[in-house]
Design a protein around this ligand. Structure first.
Ligand code: PHE
Length: 452
């Protein structure tokens, strides 16, 4: 099945950096700190870690293993394991097609803020209304989106080794150093320690079933699961690389950076707001409205803010690269297109699909689907609907159709599979139940019946 000519990552480090690069993204930085602050601090962290090493571990292992076993991207991988089930691959393939354009629109915003901080524009960036004016200025937001997605395409065009692996090996270590440095700096702000304790102390009063559901939803998105990314990256993984320990390392990275992002954001916002935890909001408001104001009050704030946006840019780029690579790889495999041609096609289509998101808060604000702006709708339909369905189908497929052996044998190529029993129980029984719960609650919350 595996194709001899397929590119591959040079070794374990290259694979882990690229996969961790995909996992570590905007979700770690703007969503995790907010959820942790909202759902009981330390207790949320604990729940998240337990889920990562059980549920997340099982799903990620399954995806990487079927990618490596078949040597194909999502559609081909499902198809070659069982022809009747190639529809799961098609469904998974839709997700990156939807996410890439709007993720790149947000990547464009990050690039714009980095530029603003680098060129001494912090005071304006921290000013009231700056963000809304910017995303409302139609040509400007489209230009930054274009720049971001063009850089992504250029890296993907350079290939798995010379593009993705090389860039990940440079960007990921810089990202780690920057995030630790900024976190330490932010802890030294007057009043920040209270925020730190708030962040890590378990608060049982804020713990509920919703905590577990919120942690699970976050985990899914954060580990780039259920959209064919890990299948594609797995197909570029060499057979002699230890799959189980690679998954542990990717999880460690992803959870570690999410935790550090919280140490950067929660204490800094606490210090800035005089202990008002409600200022730690989710989404664009935190990163583009609150944080620039926080940086402005810090000594050397222009510098810290610049470093922060550089770090976020790296996180977003390595994620958008994985999204584009997944689509490119499917186009190459399916349509037998040359890589370069496929890159150009995917680039142009994503550009067109991203324009409604880039314009959604301005000239296209009339364009709403179930009451949501185009960008929010894309986010909802991919994360809250299609991804849980794909994950559920993947569990059923592995657990009951092709049987977990397909995965366990692949893992055992390099030695014993230590968490084999855990894997089997998770994929067959626990994960499907969890996933149905995520699906139901996230759809209910989108329609306002339930709040996460
Ligand atoms: N895992 C990324 C994050 O945490 C998000 C992402 C989703 C990246 C989908 C690529 C694809 O932000």
């Amino acid at each position: 099945m595996a194709n001899e000519n397929r590119s591959s990552f040079t070794g374990k480090l290259g694979f882990v950096m690229a996969a961790a690069g995909s996992a570590v993204g905007l979700g770690n930085i703007w969503r995790f700190p907010y959820l942790a602050a909202k759902y009981g601090g330390g207790i949320f962290l604990l729940v998240y870690i337990i889920l990562a090493i059980t549920f997340g571990f099982a799903l990620m292992t399954a995806e990487i293993a079927i990618g490596r076993k078949t040597g194909l991207s999502a559609i081909g991988a499902f198809r070659s394991l069982n022809k009747k089930y190639s529809f799961i691959g098609y469904l998974a393939a839709i997700v990156p097609v939807i996410i890439l354009p709007y993720y790149s629109v947000i990547g464009g915003w990050v690039t714009k803020y980095l530029w603003a901080f680098m060129t001494g524009g912090m005071a304006q960036a921290a000013g009231d209304g700056y963000f809304l004016n910017f995303i409302g200025a139609s040509t400007e937001s489209v230009c930054w989106f274009f720049l971001f997605i063009a850089v992504t395409a250029l890296i993907v065009m350079c290939g798995v080794n010379k593009g993705i692996e090389k860039v990940s090996k440079v960007m990921m270590p810089i990202l780690i150093i920057l995030s630790i440095t900024i976190a330490i700096y932010s802890l030294f702000m007057p009043g920040a320690m209270a925020g730190f304790w708030y962040y890590i102390t378990p608060n049982f009063a804020n713990f509920s079933v919703t905590t577990v559901l919120a942690a699970m939803g976050q985990l899914f998105y954060s580990m780039s699961l259920a959209m064919g990314i890990m299948i594609t990256y797995g197909s570029y993984m060499k057979k002699d690389v230890n799959l189980e320990s690679s998954v542990s390392q990717i999880e460690f990275f992803d959870t570690g950076i999410a935790f550090i992002a919280g140490m950067m954001v929660v204490p800094a916002v606490f210090a800035f707001s005089g202990g008002d935890a409600s200022q730690i909001n989710a989404g664009p408001g935190l990163m583009f409205i609150t944080l620039p104001k926080v940086f402005q009050t810090m000594p050397f704030g222009g510098f810290v803010g610049g470093a922060f946006f550089l770090m976020v840019l790296f996180a977003a780029l390595t994620s958008s690269i994985s999204l584009m690579e997944t689509v490119v790889s499917i186009v190459c495999d399916k349509l037998k297109m040359k890589r370069l041609t496929a890159c150009v096609v995917v680039f142009v289509v994503s550009l067109l699909l991203g324009i409604p998101s880039a314009l959604g808060s301005n000239v296209w604000s009339w364009f709403k689907i179930i009451g949501m702006e185009f960008l929010d709708f894309c986010d909802f339909i991919s994360n809250s609907v299609i991804m849980p369905i794909v994950a559920l189908l993947t569990c059923i497929f592995i657990g009951y159709i092709v049987k977990p052996k397909i995965v366990t044998e692949e893992v055992e190529l390099t030695g014993p599979f230590k968490r084999k029993k855990l894997f089997e129980v998770m994929i067959k029984y626990v994960a499907p139940i969890f996933i149905v719960l995520i699906l139901v609650t996230s759809v209910m919350s989108a329609f306002g019946i339930f709040s996460i």
